[in-house]
Ligand binder design. Structure first.
Ligand SMILES: Nc1nc2c(ncn2[C@@H]2O[C@H](COP(=O)(O)OP(=O)(O)OP(=O)(O)O)[C@@H](O)[C@H]2O)c(=O)[nH]1
Ligand SMILES: [Mg+2]
Length: 459
């Protein structure tokens, strides 16, 4: 199917874009918006820098880009938004909605985070050599208390998740002062990286500030301890202990820096070879996208079945009541008049039919009214018990314990799913084989693509 390396990429791009196109109508039916409606495997790889405030993200980016002060740095929280740094012959900066218009098409979905987020988005074009090979994303420093974290006026976790999906490498930076992973950092580590852990590289930065080895060991230990509490993976990710050198680093340091420099060299190598990981990360993002649609379909089908059963029960009761009413009326009419309803026309027969039609009409009217009220109550209850519905829909997969990630995918799509259940009058009732087709994409087709790449050693 694939020839050269370039053909491989093109082949994968075409295959995946075809899948997106094929599933678009189904996604629309379930009101799901694909995060990557179109992939460009051939585009530049992207690296996102996340971490506590003042952990040295912007300083490292400036260093990578040749030392020019592209990003502001400082001890207090400096960046309050995301900056996407791309290659451009001319140095140019764009802010807000204008910035979005200047981005490659794979970033188009950032639009969905609303105007509040766009106020915190910058795009910078710079003519640095490295940017010809990769795009860099600087992020606002995470604040270590949940209280302050909540002051952001856009959905920070969702935005971070989106950048993680868009990126090929995620550098999560800590500094010796704050190796603790609390507040916003915990939230991001535990909520935004699921399924993408393989992109994560943890950096314990500013290692030049340690006074001695004991100091270093304490910070390193604290970081490992905190990471182990929040990361879902069984193994601890590799921690790069590094620092960004400046003119005075060697003069003021009190600890041997050689090992840290070795780690920095490894990091640089990782950055320069980010291109090789692009396909991996694109496929992981595509799998995440399809899994979210899969979960959405399952939960909405379960919800619509419950609503449908409620509706059927309501109408059965109404029809039964109307039948009983008719029989009772007929029994009364017959015992009073001794006449049958098929006899010659009489005013008694006319009265009988008039009462029957009015009575049955009233029963249906009251039935429809109460069905409406009960359905509304049922919808409200579904929303309250939505997690139970999800757990019941995936009981088998979750009980094996190997699909814990489904819960995290669910947490991403839950708010939108709730609003769909609340506001959509008619939810789709039958999947018409959609769940099976999605399973095939997630568990067979995407795995086959990965397997092919692995065999060819072209990842
Ligand atoms: N000693 C030392 N200082 C560093 C290092 N990296 C950054 N700094 C300093 O740490 C401070 C914070 O650096 P920034 O690059 O602004 O940190 P940031 O993570 O971008 O911070 P926010 O934008 O607030 O999230 C600055 O004063 C830098 O000079 C390092 O490796 N060693
Ligand atoms: Mg910064």
């Amino acid at each position: 199917m694939f020839g050269s390396n370039k053909d491989t990429k093109k082949g994968i791009e075409d295959t995946i874009n075809r899948l997106y196109k094929a599933f678009k109508p189904s996604a629309e039916k379930y009101r799901y918006t694909f995060s990557l409606p179109e992939i460009t495997v051939g585009g530049l790889p992207t690296i996102v820098f996340l971490g506590n405030h003042s952990s040295g993200k912007s300083t490292l980016i400036n260093y990578l880009l040749g030392g020019s002060p592209i990003q502001d740095t400082g001890v207090a929280p400096t960046d309050d938004g995301f900056t996407i740094i791309l290659y451009g012959e001319k140095d140019e900066d764009f802010y807000g909605p204008a910035a979005l218009g200047r981005l490659p098409k794979e970033f188009a979905n950032l639009n969905k985070f609303g105007p509040e987020f766009l106020q915190h988005l910058k795009v910078k074009y710079r003519s640095c050599e490295l940017l010809k090979k990769i795009n860099l994303i600087d992020s606002p420093g995470m604040i270590d208390t949940a209280g302050e974290a909540s002051t952001r006026n856009y959905n920070f976790s969702a935005v971070v998740r989106s950048f993680v999906e868009l990126s090929n490498l995620v550098f999560f930076m800590f500094d010796p002062d704050k190796p603790g992973t609390t507040g916003e950092t915990v939230k991001v580590l535990s909520e935004c990286l699921f399924g993408m852990e393989f992109k994560l590289r943890v950096l314990l930065n500013k290692c030049d500030t340690f006074e001695n080895m004991y100091d270093f060991a304490r910070s390193y230990g604290a970081l490992c301890w905190n990471l182990s509490r929040v990361l879902k993976s069984k193994d601890l990710p590799k921690i790069y202990t590094t620092f960004t050198p400046n003119d005075t680093t060697r003069v003021s340091t009190q600890i041997d820096l050689n090992w840290f420099e070795k780690h920095r060299a490894e990091l640089l190598n990782l950055i320069h070879t980010a291109e090789d990981r692009k396909i991996d990360s694109v496929i992981a993002s595509v799998a995440a996208d399809f899994t979210q649609l899969y979960v959405r379909v399952f939960v909405l089908l379960a919800a619509s079945k419950k609503l449908f059963c409620g509706c059927v029960k309501g109408w059965c009761t109404t029809i039964l009541t109307a039948g009983v009413f008719f029989l009772l009326e007929y029994w009364g009419y017959k015992s009073l008049t001794g006449l049958g309803i098929t006899g010659p026309f009489s005013y008694k027969l006319f009265l009988f039919w008039l009462v029957a039609v009015l009575g049955i009409g009233l029963v249906f009217f009251l039935g429809a009214l109460s069905i409406n009220v009960f359905q509304r109550k049922r919808r409200a209850k579904l929303v309250v018990d939505i997690d139970k519905l999800f757990e019941a829909s995936f009981a088998e997969s979750l009980s094996y314990g190997d699909r814990g990630d489904l819960r995290q995918y669910w947490s991403v799509i839950k708010p939108e799913t709730i609003s769909i259940i609340k506001n959509t009058k008619r939810l789709p009732l039958f999947s018409w084989g959609l769940t099976r087709k999605l399973e095939r994409v997630i568990y067979v087709q995407l795995k086959e693509v990965m397997e092919k790449l692995r065999r060819r050693g072209q990842k």
